[in-house]
Design a protein around this ligand. Structure first.
Ligand code: GAL
Length: 408
């Protein structure tokens, strides 16, 4: 149903005679249901985020961009993510840890100028169905795509986690495009930092053994699973990836064209098994919000801060507060989105995975608040909006960043 009809119906409820009729009652129920199932309304009805509910695009279809990230470029936000469709199944190789999957279809892109209304721009990096060996074959894994823009080469560069169905390959894939809406051209995959020791390596780290994946993988490159990329104010870009069988994260400088590791990296969060990294910068400090390592099951988020992006990083505990804080509000981090033109305004983007119906996994977007010491805090909101002037006709809580939210 179009928003126009929705708004008309909503307006109709102001007429007492219409509300009094059976048709009026039916229309009111129907419209209420529609309003509840669609997160966002422009016009007379306040636009809002509704974390965890189905979020429709401008065609009225559920947005399909999981494990995603957002690029802001020339007035437009582009949301890239895993397009998940079809049957969710559990391959034999992943039975021991419940690693359900759907076949790879590709990376989707949606565009928006207001962050509420998203237009489907289609699959910008589709699967390659006719070559079973190809990284993008449906039988492989393609997760957590993130796109950054290189001002010098004028290329849009997509980084993603590429893997075999069993997640043993642990590779980083790169694709490029000269337009944000693609098509992206796949460049291939690799294990980052082959033949290079991290800057903070110790002598013990260099001793080869099966129990030491850093040294074991020195020649062929480091394992790279969950990942993100971050562009700093000086234009330098970094990849954060879960490595060494997952217990250690690496922060790795990229080459100036953003296409490869530059050969300078550090081991961080050693032994902490952190996944799903997000990175942002606020008031001169760098922050990571990541998850623990429990596959599709949610766990408590981890917050960390650093003065330099390469570290040292200091963990600050779980940034979530309130009910379900120990499960990141039943979701897992995927990106932190700086809202353009609004000081101190960041959106925490997360996935509420449905292990047995992955395409119906939902998005949890929440405002990041900062306490008196500048520490990021996440609180649940049933609905919220960016615009402090909007009236939700409900009790609302105003955060320091002007975000208006209705609390549970
Ligand atoms: C999660 C990871 C997801 C996906 C999943 C597979 O831990 O964050 O991106 O790989 O495991 O079960």
């Amino acid at each position: 149903m179009s928003r126009f009809i929705c708004r008309k119906l909503a307006a109709g409820f102001d007429c007492g005679w219409f509300r009094g009729t059976i048709l009026g009652q039916v229309a009111m129920l129907f419209t209420t249901a529609m309003l509840a199932s669609q997160p966002v309304y422009g016009g007379e009805i306040s636009p809002k985020f509704v974390p965890g509910e189905v979020w429709n695009d401008t065609d009225g279809k559920p947005i399909n961009a999981h494990g995603g990230g957002v690029l802001y470029h020339q007035g437009v936000y582009y949301w890239y993510g895993e397009f998940k469709t079809g049957k969710t199944y559990l391959p034999d190789c992943n039975k021991s840890w419940g690693g359900t999957r759907v076949d790879v279809v590709g990376v989707s892109c949606y565009s928006s100028t207001n962050l509420y209304d998203w237009k489907n721009e289609g699959l910008v990096l589709p699967a390659v169905t006719d070559d079973p060996q190809h990284d993008l074959h449906p039988s492989k894994a393609l997760e957590r795509p993130k796109v950054i823009y290189n001002k010098t080469t004028k290329q849009y560069v997509m980084w993603m986690h590429i893997d075999s169905a069993s997640y043993a390959a642990a590779l980083s894939g790169v694709a490029v495009s000269d337009k944000p809406t693609g098509p992206f051209k796949y460049q291939g995959s690799f294990r980052p930092n082959a033949g290079v020791w991290p800057e903070n390596v110790t002598d013990a780290d260099k001793v080869k053994s099966d129990a030491n994946p850093l040294a074991r993988d020195f020649e062929k490159g480091q394992m790279a699973r969950d990942m993100t990329v971050f562009v700093d104010d000086d234009g330098k870009a970094y990849q954060f990836y879960s490595s060494e069988e997952n217990p250690v994260m690496h922060v790795s400088l990229l080459t100036d064209d953003y296409l490869r590791p530059a050969g300078k990296y550090n081991r961080i969060f050693i032994g902490r098994k952190m996944e799903a990294p997000t990175v942002f910068k606020h008031a001169g400090k760098y922050y990571v919000i990541a998850s623990g390592c429990t596959a599709w099951e949610p766990n408590a988020a981890r917050l960390a801060v650093a003065d330099q992006i390469m570290g040292p990083w200091t963990e600050l505990g779980n940034p979530c507060e309130g009910t379900d804080a120990d499960k990141t509000f039943r979701s897992q981090s995927t990106f932190v989105l700086p809202v353009q033109g609004r000081k101190d305004t960041f959106i925490f983007m997360a996935d509420r995975w449905k292990q047995w119906d992955l395409p119906d996994s939902r998005y949890v977007w929440l405002p990041i608040e900062f306490d008196d010491q500048g520490k990021p805090i996440l609180r649940w909101h049933d609905t919220w909006s960016l615009d402090s002037n909007q009236n939700h006709n409900q009790a609302s809580a105003k955060g320091a960043n002007g975000v208006v939210a209705r609390q549970r």
